[in-house]
Design a binder for this molecule. Structure first.
Ligand code: RUQ
Ligand code: CUA
Length: 763
């Protein structure tokens, strides 16, 4: 045998080892993977229940509060994949929120006493309802720190409005919607004088400090809250907590729980026992029961008082008119949740092991019979607990919030201290199952769980602590949302999802099929007002106007150029740049920024956005598109030239590159080859029923636009070639090719889409 060289042997060895290894790899079985990754059958089952294969979509969409981020987090269930952060109370650079003029105008609505507030403590999101069912049109969320409420339109997932509560200093008990979303409720937490900027010492707490609930009137057609048609109820200085609207038999009524009805004010620094001792001393606090429909009638009849220009029904009026009642609730209660059928209200006391199920029927009977056990210090009638309660069920330590299943009478309650979820039957008062979560659960949320028709299937535990669940990332841990399968008798924990954007207090989930957001705006739309933007420009209308020291640019964005590509200004000019994205194709967003001027816009197809700044320093400032939108994205650029006052040019022509006739011919050949590709793609598209696919029609329109520009560029390169100006001839021919490339790119995308979505041949 011939002796093999050392090198040959090692090569052979490497090849055969490589082959064996890859053969084993590709043949790895499920069992092998389970072993290698140390997974159990139970893990495998959980994975199968949550995994959403590539290209497939989630069944539900969750809107979670983003806590201190002042935003909303959107994720899919069961995959728990994050889809978006919605900018609400806080500037958000990617979306240009707070960096362009149109979104700044929304943030400005949230000014309090003339001050801009750029953060929020979002707690409770609510999806708009029609007849008590989620309709997927609007989302509301409150800011606890600064008493504000925001309206998000789910047609484009953008914040459209922020309203400031005119009489509160904090706001925890919102947002919750009435069954047809004609009102959105908000309750104060920390009592304070209702008049703005009024000082009263804590010694006058009982007389001068007040709580309350606000009913914001929502105009569904306009998609906006109407402050002048909204009203509030003055309430005692008990810390009003969460609220809920009645539905079905209890429609027309709302419920707000409270804590610290002791009206204790702390003072640990003066040697007084702290709030926590004084605020939990009594065995019961109060559930507020309010006839809000009648309250609205009283306001219409002029029985409200104006405080800070806002309609407020004072307590004595509410008592006299019989629209406000109290029921004791044990002990340090947190939250009230009306059952899907509207017959019961469930309240849990953090310091009581029970949850109390109140019967709306019993409460009404007591009210009708005038059967009250006492009055509170403000003269509000108090219904005895025993006359209002249907059943009290011992669930465990630290019960907080309750959510409902699609199966009748089944509820889930979070147990903060026990770190558990209890599944129980509220009709019969029976505990059915318990599951440990990690750790210290606050809210919990079932699919469509606040509606009259909960969808069951999944439950999310919003845990306050994550402790040891994730790879450590420093002392500040992510939050932990845990997904639980509730489709069987026994709950099964499926997935831990770290949320690193603030403490998400509450979340709501809706069937994904109910959401129908658009993919483009009508060209020239201001997305924050939903109206035509005065700065909009169509193709060919681009211009720069100057009036005194005000320079206004009417520009456009389309793959892959910004028009204009140079903006000239003088130091001290005030510059407004309006930009319209002329694209129609899905996901063709362009971004825009100017170096060092702290401006940014995200311009989705059809949208017009303005940015504004003062050119306060002479210099050269590049601007560019910030979204990687196309192969020539990096070339989507321009210069803002800020000249010193009175500057005069000394050079009048730009540097030239040396192009030859051969360069020009090579470009023409490239153009001809590309045209052949386009022709074949067009041939395919027109051979099928592409008109049945609106997304494809949009792409075809965009491609036709691009091709439509070729004639002009072609005339220019031919004219230049006639004059043997090979630089201009070559560059205009290159521009023809650019239009072709973009058209071809769109065409190929359309072709793939048609092939994957079952397009049919037409004759
Ligand atoms: S809260 S953990 Cu702001 Cu809803 Cu209860
Ligand atoms: Cu437009 Cu990048």
């Amino acid at each position: 045998m011939k002796k093999m060289s050392k090198r040959a042997i090692s090569l052979l060895l490497a090849t055969s080892v490589g082959l064996t290894a890859s053969a084993v790899w590709s043949a790895e079985t499920l069992q092998d993977v389970l072993k290698r990754r140390n997974l159990s059958q139970q893990d495998l089952l959980a994975a199968a229940k949550t995994y959403v294969p590539t290209g497939k979509r989630d069944e539900f969409v969750t809107f979670s509060s983003g806590g201190q981020s002042g935003q909303v987090i959107v994720y899919g269930v069961p995959s728990m994949r994050i889809l978006k952060y919605l900018a609400v109370f806080t500037p958000e650079p990617w979306q240009g929120y707070g960096y362009d003029e149109n979104s700044k105008a929304v943030l400005e609505q949230g000014k309090i006493d003339g001050k801009t507030i750029t953060w929020g403590d979002t707690h409770h999101p609510a999806i708009s309802e029609t007849n008590g069912e989620y309709d997927g049109q609007f989302l509301f969320i409150n800011d606890k720190a600064n008493p504000r409420l925001a309206v998000i339109d789910l047609r484009d997932f953008e914040t459209k409005q922020i309203v400031v509560n005119p009489i509160f200093k904090s706001e925890h008990g919102g947002a919750f919607v009435s069954p047809n979303t004609d009102y959105v409720i908000e309750a104060a937490q920390y009592a304070a004088p209702l008049e703005n900027k009024k000082f009263y010492p804590l010694e006058e707490f009982n007389d001068k400090y007040r709580g309350g609930v606000t009913y914001w009137k929502f105009d569904r057609k306009e998609g906006r809250i109407v402050p002048k048609d909204s009203f509030s109820l003055e309430l005692p200085p008990y810390s009003q907590d969460l609220s809920d609207f009645g539905k079905g038999p209890s429609d027309g009524w709302s419920f707000t729980n409270s804590f610290c009805s002791e009206r204790y004010v702390g003072g640990i620094e003066k040697g007084r026992p702290p709030y926590e001792a004084g605020c939990s001393a009594k065995d019961t606090d109060y559930l507020h029961v309010i006839n809000w429909k009648k309250a609205a009638e009283l306001v219409a009849a002029g029985k409200a008082k104006k405080i800070n220009g806002h309609n407020v029904i004072m307590m004595d009026t509410a008592v006299k008119e019989g629209i406000l009642f109290l029921v004791p609730e044990p002990k340090s209660p947190h939250g009230v949740d009306v059952t899907p059928d509207g017959k019961f209200m469930i309240v849990a006391g953090k310091l009581d092991t029970h949850v109390s199920v109140y019967s709306f029927e019993k409460i009404q009977a007591a009210i009708k019979a005038g059967k009250f056990e006492s009055k509170d210090p403000y003269g509000i009638p108090v219904i005895a607990l025993k006359d209002a309660v249907h059943v009290q069920v011992p669930l465990g330590l630290g019960p907080l919030h309750t959510q409902y299943d699609s199966k009748a009478c089944i509820a889930y309650t979070s147990l903060y201290v026990d770190s558990q979820v209890a599944k129980w039957n509220y009709c019969e008062g029976k505990v059915l199952d318990k599951l440990s979560v990690h750790y210290n659960i606050g809210h919990l949320m079932s699919m469509e769980g606040d509606s009259t028709k909960p969808a069951g299937k999944y439950l999310v535990a919003l845990n306050k602590l994550a402790i040891d669940r994730f790879v450590p990332v420093g002392p500040l841990h992510p939050q932990n949302h845990q997904l639980i399968d509730i489709s069987n008798d026994k709950m099964q924990l499926l997935y831990d999802m770290p949320l690193p954007l603030g403490e998400p207090h509450y979340a709501v989930s809706i069937a994904a099929s109910k959401l129908k957001p658009g993919v483009r705006y009508k060209v020239g739309t201001d997305s924050r007002t939903d109206k035509p933007h005065p700065g909009a420009a169509r193709a060919g209308e681009e211009r720069v106007e100057r009036q005194g020291n005000k320079v206004t640019v009417y520009g456009t964005l389309i793959r892959s150029h910004i028009t204009p590509e140079t903006i000239e200004a003088e130091v001290g000019d005030e510059i407004t740049i309006n930009l319209t994205n002329l694209e129609r194709a899905q996901d063709e967003t362009h971004g825009f920024t100017v170096s060092t001027y702290n401006v940014h816009a995200s311009v989705e197809p059809g949208k017009t956005v303005s940015i504004k700044f003062k050119a306060d320093r002479e210099g050269v400032y590049p601007y560019y598109c910030t979204e990687f939108c196309s192969a020539l994205h990096l070339e989507m650029q321009g210069y803002l030239l800020v000249k010193p006052k009175g500057w005069k040019p000394t050079k009048t022509s730009l540097a030239k590159a040396s192009y030859t006739e051969d360069d020009y011919k090579a470009t023409l050949k490239k153009v001809a080859d590309t045209q052949a590709v386009i022709d074949s793609v067009v041939g395919y598209i027109t051979s099928v029923n592409y008109k049945d696919f609106p997304d494809v029609v949009a792409m075809v329109e965009d491609a036709t636009d691009q091709l439509g520009k070729i004639a002009d560029a072609k005339a220019k390169h031919e004219a230049a070639a006639g004059k043997k100006d090979w630089e201009q001839a070559n560059l205009w021919a290159e521009q023809v090719w650019q239009y072709q490339v973009k058209a071809a790119d769109l065409g190929l995308r359309a072709k793939t889409y048609l092939e994957q979505n079952g397009a049919k041949k037409v004759k």
